[in-house]
Design a protein around this ligand. Structure first.
Ligand SMILES: Cc1cc2nc3c(=O)[nH]c(=O)nc-3n(C[C@H](O)[C@H](O)[C@H](O)COP(=O)(O)OP(=O)(O)OC[C@H]3O[C@@H](n4cnc5c(N)ncnc54)[C@H](O)[C@@H]3O)c2cc1C
Length: 358
């Protein structure tokens, strides 16, 4: 295949779908490409593992069932400023490209799949993950960032009888949060019976995990390594390595333009735009970038992107959590329920002009 499009969007996560929907509605010739054939609300994946019946497959939806422009399933293996090459050997030429290839957790496919790019296979991957968690007596969660904290809480809520240990390398959970949020999540997890062990860096040793500074050995039936989020930007190494910073993120200016290129843009988890990586921010950036491009197409003046105020909710199970507001931290249900209600599934689909599958 040798295809041409005006705007090519690489990656159909919150960022890419956000731009795609808005541009297509305005009649722009848009092609969205993703290695998966389904969109997934990542906010809901952990509860999907612990309690799959709660939301079923509604966190996921086939792109072809709601994307307004053209959707192509394919994996980008290399690109330059005029075309992308796919693993299949196909080539897509573009006038402008938007790189929204996001991030992954190499050791935690439950959060974002690293191999199940087909809708039915991903649904099965989640059920298999639930099965292996259900049959475990002891659980070790490594990493006390938002993903590890949330997962430990979800497991404790769904399986109160399990022996759950959460190990973190720093002296408090949620490193980048306010001290009150750090204290509250610790209290909430401890109240649910999770054994939280701080200041411990584990290394794997013949089927168990050893802590160098305390000499402890921890063994568990199932282990979740909730660490090491990396940007999906390897496909830029061949021809556009100069746009990557030392951690592999794509360097952009305040107009989301890839530094040094007039027709390449990047946003979401893979870009340097915001230091905090949130799906909510990615979707706001997507809408903003679409507005900027539409204005530029009409010859209008474009204002730079500014990070909006963000509310970050970290559930610690189905009945508790902490909300970090722009100027305060709270455990009040009103704020915590912003995410607890259905983990943002209906809100995100609404933003993209659709509804979850029933
Ligand atoms: C368990 C969990 C819970 C979370 N909870 C929240 C929350 O409550 N609130 C919040 O705001 N954020 C939350 N986040 C963070 C949020 O999920 C990310 O910030 C968000 O996914 C970033 O969106 P994105 O569009 O930039 O990238 P992604 O969602 O990573 O999407 C990138 C897309 O690009 C595709 N892709 C990658 N490489 C290629 C390639 N070479 N070729 C083709 N396609 C490619 C991928 O398949 C993927 O679909 C959570 C994350 C996790 C893991």
């Amino acid at each position: 295949m040798n295809k041409h499009t005006d705007v090519l969007i690489i990656g159909g996560g919150f960022a890419g779908v956000g731009v795609a929907q808005k541009l297509s509605k305005e009649g722009v010739d848009v092609t969205l490409i993703d290695r998966k054939n389904y969109f997934e609300v990542t906010f809901a994946t952990l509860r999907n593992v612990t309690a799959p019946k709660k939301h079923g497959n509604t966190p996921r939806k086939l792109y072809n069932d709601f994307i307004d422009g053209t959707f192509i399933q394919g994996s980008v293996s290399a690109m330059n400023d005029s075309k992308v090459m796919l693993e299949s050997g196909d080539i897509i030429h573009f006038k402008q490209a938007i790189i929204a290839s996001g991030s992954r957790y190499p050791t935690l496919p439950e959060a974002k799949s690293n191999s199940k790019f087909d809708y039915a296979e991903r649904n099965q991957e989640m059920l298999d993950a639930h099965e292996s968690l259900s049959s475990a007596q002891s659980v070790l969660v490594i990493g006390g960032g938002v993903v590890g904290v949330e997962f430990a809480g979800e497991i404790a809520s769904a399986f109160p009888g399990k022996d759950i240990t959460l190990v973190h390398s720093k002296d408090s959970l949620l490193d980048n949060s306010e001290p009150k949020a750090q204290r509250k999540v610790l209290e909430q997890l401890t109240a649910k019976g999770v054994k939280v062990k701080l200041n411990r860096k584990l290394s794997k040793h013949e089927g168990s995990y050893r802590c160098a500074n305390t000499g402890e050995t921890i063994k568990a039936d199932v282990v979740y390594e909730c660490v090491g989020m990396v940007p999906n930007t390897e496909f830029l190494q061949a021809e556009l390595a100069d746009v990557l910073d030392s951690s592999g993120f794509i360097a952009v200016d305040e107009y989301m333009r890839v530094k040094g290129y007039e027709n390449l843009y990047s946003l979401g988890d893979c870009a340097t735009l915001d230091s905090h990586k949130h799906g909510y921010l990615a979707s706001v950036q997507g809408a903003r970038l679409a507005d900027m491009l539409l204005k530029a197409m009409k010859g209008k003046k474009v204002k730079p992107y500014k990070t909006p105020p963000v509310v970050v909710v970290t559930p610690t199970g189905t009945d508790s959590g902490v909300a970090q507001l722009p100027f305060a931290v709270t455990t009040m249900n009103f704020f915590v329920n912003l995410k607890q209600k259905d983990l943002g599934i209906s809100n995100m689909y609404k933003m993209y002009g659709t509804v979850p599958d029933s």
